[in-house]
Design a protein around this ligand. Structure first.
Ligand code: GLC
Ligand code: CA
Length: 533
């Protein structure tokens, strides 16, 4: 049987507010995504994941859903979504939506009913609790956005729990009625034809019964943000969550199991590798891909990366398919962390490791974090804990398409400022420059498509000394060698015997590779893919 699309393909995350505006309100929309599908096809990706598009008060920019089976007017209509899906499918692109099951908006009618009275039939749909015996919040749990995670409700004299904003009350997933209602949401979108979901904060969905205090974090520093004062051992990652994942998986699998028809579930989970692996499932399968975010923060040296890759590979359960991520709408951009030269190396790494890669929009242009003047800050995280560098606006700025007004993102002032170098760092301009990072991404994606060794092949580490990371990807007779110089000085790599007679498939820098006496000479910041035979 051939490998399913979600194993061989590349996923591209679209942050819809910032991709393309078509109605002149400065906010990206669904028609904008539809308009840019040809760009995505041409880039060479296989699937898009769109951050939440559902009706929302936008307290957390769509991660506060007030209606799960509709589209927010700012993004368009259900008909616009259907058109987007049809257009994407006509081009062979899959479409994944962002499922936000852990919490709703406080304006969702479920919550309005739940908070109306203690005897409401929906009271138990959320997590209500009396004050602690001596008064005050029921436990020491802290919101991920700072402050107590418990909000007092004067009218009914109880607290409710919110892992994020008080405008995002957590659902009670131990309640079968909640499970059934949310399963209907999945079916609603699967029936419309979506190819899968990214599941928001999957590891948060179940909390320890009785809400016991979290232990304090001995390593806490104020710069980490308030949430890290405690270790979230009781408020997250409870064993029952795996049954919930398995139930969602059953629904996904019931819609298709073929190489092309399969639906995929990707879990957002920030946990150490060993804990992460449980989300693949045990006796019953869990999500197809528990997001692996390790490259975002990894120390940028060959030995550390080689160990991380080896340990991740070794920890995978039988049949567990790997995946890799360099960035998303919550974390610093790769170009900001690694610099422009090494962002190119990171691109090669992402697209040549074993497993499904997810790209974050704009990374293919080398977009960096954009400094946001205080008066333009929009992210609730930054507004609540300013100045710690935790805000996410810098990584959510508009995509730059051309050197014309507002980078062709919008006819109006964009909701967040554009990066400063947009007149040159834009799709139209960079597409004309064979040396641009955009063209590197395009080449990488093409090489990946043409070489099964890079998608379904095995991986073997070759070298990890100083600044040189090298590995082999192999499928049947096809053997590729990837060598990455993680630093700004020239390096050399003694090629293994089998790679004696090799040919260059791709380099991040200009000029042919130099191989002398079985030694590959790498230029500063150079990464290469060689093919043998
Ligand atoms: C996830 C989202 C993030 C959001 C949070 C609460 O981590 O990626 O953007 O703020 O969940 O829904
Ligand atoms: Ca718009």
């Amino acid at each position: 049987m051939s490998a399913p699309w979600w194993q061989t393909g590349t996923i591209y995350q679209v942050y819809p507010r910032s991709f393309q505006d078509t109605n002149g309100d400065g906010i990206g929309d669904l028609n904008g995504i539809t308009q840019r599908l040809d760009y995505l096809v041409d880039l060479g990706i296989d699937a898009i994941w769109i951050s939440p598009i559902f009706p929302s008060p936008m307290s957390d920019f769509g991660y506060d859903v007030s209606e799960y089976c509709d589209v927010d007017g700012r993004f368009g209509t259900l008909a616009d979504f259907d058109a987007l899906l049809a257009q994407a499918h006509a081009r062979g692109l899959k479409v994944l939506l962002d499922f936000v099951p852990n919490h709703t908006s406080d304006r969702h009618h479920w919550f309005l009913e739940s908070r109306a009275s203690r005897s409401s039939p929906k009271r138990d749909w959320y997590l209500w609790h009396d004050p602690a015996p001596g008064g005050g919040p029921p436990s020491n749990w802290i919101s991920d956005f700072g402050g107590s995670a418990w909000e007092w409700d004067e009218a009914t004299g109880q607290y409710y729990y919110h892992a994020f904003l008080k405008e995002q009350p957590d659902l009670n997933w131990r309640n079968p009625a909640v499970q059934a209602a949310m399963h209907d949401v999945l079916r609603f979108w699967f029936d419309r034809g979506v190819d899968g979901f990214r599941i928001d904060v999957l590891w948060h969905m179940v909390k320890a019964a009785g809400f016991p205090d979290n232990p304090s974090n001995p390593a806490w520093q104020p710069a980490m943000g308030e949430m890290h004062r405690v270790l979230q051992v009781n408020s997250t990652d409870q064993p029952e969550v795996h049954m919930l994942a398995a139930a969602m998986r059953d629904i996904a699998d019931s819609y298709g199991a073929g190489a092309q028809s399969a639906r995929v579930l990707i879990g957002e989970i920030y946990l150490p590798v060993e804990r992460l692996m449980h989300y693949y499932g045990g006796e019953r399968p869990g999500v197809h891909l528990p997001f692996n975010f390790q490259l975002i923060d990894a120390p940028w040296n060959a030995r550390a990366l080689a160990n991380l890759i080896a340990e991740y590979e070794a920890a995978l359960p039988p049949g567990g398919w790997p995946n890799w991520v360099l960035g998303n709408h919550d974390r610093p951009r790769v170009a900001a962390k690694r610099g422009q030269a090494q962002a190119r190396i990171a691109a090669v790494l992402l697209l040549t490791l074993r497993g499904t890669p997810t790209l974050y929009y704009g990374d293919e242009l080398g977009l960096s974090d954009v400094a946001i003047p205080p008066e333009q800050v929009r992210d609730p995280r930054e507004l609540r804990e300013p100045g710690l560098g935790l805000g996410r606006d810098p990584v959510r700025t508009p995509m730059s398409w051309a050197a014309s007004k507002n980078a062709d993102f919008s006819t109006a002032r964009p909701w967040l400022p554009l990066h400063q170098d947009w007149p040159t760092r834009n799709v139209e301009r960079m597409a004309q420059n064979p040396g641009s990072i955009l063209e590197l991404y395009r080449q990488l994606l093409a090489v990946r498509r043409e070489h099964p060794a890079l998608t379904i092949g095995s991986l073997a580490m070759l070298d990890a000394e100083g600044d040189v990371l090298a590995y082999e990807r192999r499928h049947e007779a096809q053997r590729l060698l990837v060598a990455l110089n993680l630093g700004a000085h020239a390096q050399s790599l003694a090629l293994p015997g089998w790679a004696g007679d090799c040919r260059l498939l791709l380099s991040t820098t200009a000029g042919p590779p130099r191989i002398e006496g079985g030694v590959l000479l790498l230029r500063p910041d150079e990464g290469v893919i060689l093919t043998v035979g």
